[in-house]
Design a protein around this ligand. Structure first.
Ligand code: G4P
Length: 282
């Protein structure tokens, strides 16, 4: 995964998405339910214009259910339909299909007026790296994954996957870039694994993560590691977790790198809890 986007890179991706936009009736905008704001593309409204759009809040198995509901209300208030999905258990996939029919009703009526009936709805997925685009394509198509032959105006390498008799999905997702300017956004992307770990100093990252978790999800942290968090610095908490988990090197010193990797891995897998890092202003 390459998260280093440059102006040229952004322009190229935008153009490729724009080209594919003209082929589809609806766009599935995939975001990470744990960081709904940070995982959105800053220019998404401009890129998608008035194309019917469904926000798919993926990885909902890892997010706080109550906060996910608040995010859905927030999107609803903004006039955008959203759905909670978990590609691992396939939660929400039927809803994606059903909402696709609802959101494209106008287009289907227009086609019917022109005498075009039974033309399948065409959809494409867009989203930032690692948000689950390929997994969603696989999960949606596993049900009925037959490929559809190429159509006029579609280059050879573009393939359509038939999801149902009347719904087709472009098999090439549109890769969008996240916001880079905001430090908080960068941290959220790093916490959730959207930025390659090799690019990061894991201990510094985990200190920041513990700071955040002590604030928004203290009980989860205390319960998972059987520790008391209050009145301790994030570094002290990390040392305590390391001690509890036997991350000790010769001389009794705590191996903070090992402890950091445990915390990060357990956070990303949802073992510390179902935790959402961003809240809607709503
Ligand atoms: P992308 O095409 O948008 O880049 O993402 P991709 O489908 O490759 O998914 C990235 C990671 O997210 C994968 O984990 C995938 O299994 C996981 N994932 C996708 N959807 C869900 C979901 O709904 N819930 C959970 N819990 N995980 C999901 P991975 O193969 O382990 O990759 P990585 O995390 O090591 O990069």
């Amino acid at each position: 995964m390459n998260i280093n986007w440059y102006p040229g890179h952004m322009k190229k991706t935008k153009e490729s998405i724009k080209k594919n936009l003209s082929l589809v009736d609806i766009v599935y905008e995939l975001i990470d339910a744990r960081i709904p704001c940070s995982s959105q593309n800053p220019e998404i409204d401009i890129i998608l214009k008035n194309k019917p759009r469904l926000i798919i809040m993926n990885k909902s198995d890892l997010a706080d259910d109550d906060i996910s509901e608040r995010w859905q209300k927030y999107f609803n208030f903004k006039g955008i339909t959203s759905v909670l999905v978990d590609c691992i258990s396939n939660r929400g996939l039927n809803e994606v299909v059903n909402l696709s029919y609802v959101l494209t009703e106008e287009k289907r009526l227009q086609l019917a007026k022109k005498g075009i009936k039974n033309r399948p709805i065409r959809a494409m997925i867009v989203g930032i790296p690692n948000v689950g685009k390929s997994t969603l394509i696989n999960s949606l198509s596993r049900k009925k994954g037959a490929k559809v032959s190429n159509k006029p105006g579609v280059t050879k390498k573009d393939q359509w996957i038939r999801i149902r008799k009347d719904l087709e999905l472009l098999d090439t997702p549109g890769i969008l870039w996240p916001k880079f300017e905001d430090k908080e956004v960068g941290l959220n992307l790093a916490f959730t694994g959207a930025i390659k770990d090799e690019l990061l100093d894991i201990e510094t990252l985990v200190i920041k993560l513990i700071e955040r978790l002590s604030f928004i999800s203290k009980a989860c942290l205390e319960e998972r590691y059987n520790i008391v968090v209050s009145n301790k610095s994030a570094y002290e908490i990390l040392l305590e977790i390391g001690k509890k988990r036997g991350c000790v090197i010769r001389g009794g010193e705590i191996d903070t790198e090992k402890a950091s990797n445990i915390v990060l891995d357990e956070f990303r897998k949802g073992i510390i809890g179902k935790i959402t890092l961003e809240f809607p202003n709503f």
